[in-house]
Ligand binder design. Sequence first.
Ligand SMILES: [Zn+2]
Length: 81
Amino acid sequence: MREHLFDCVICNREVVDYTSRNGRDRHIEPICRGCERYYSDKGPDAGAFMDRRMACRLSAIANALQGTAGSMDWERRYGCS
Ligand SMILES: [Zn+2]
């Protein structure tokens, strides 16, 4: 059964999936797989799959934060209000 699992902290989309899904492709809070793929750096080459995935997820969150901070900074400097 598909269920609302959480809202992605990057794109705010609702993540809906089978609650029974388990394994390497499952969604892991707090970001969706889409943002995970889009924002992540290339992960490490060695290590267990889920460890590498965690490294990718952390870099994705860091990159998204940096992007948001950058656009806020730009707006503060050059935005008209
Ligand atoms: Zn997302």
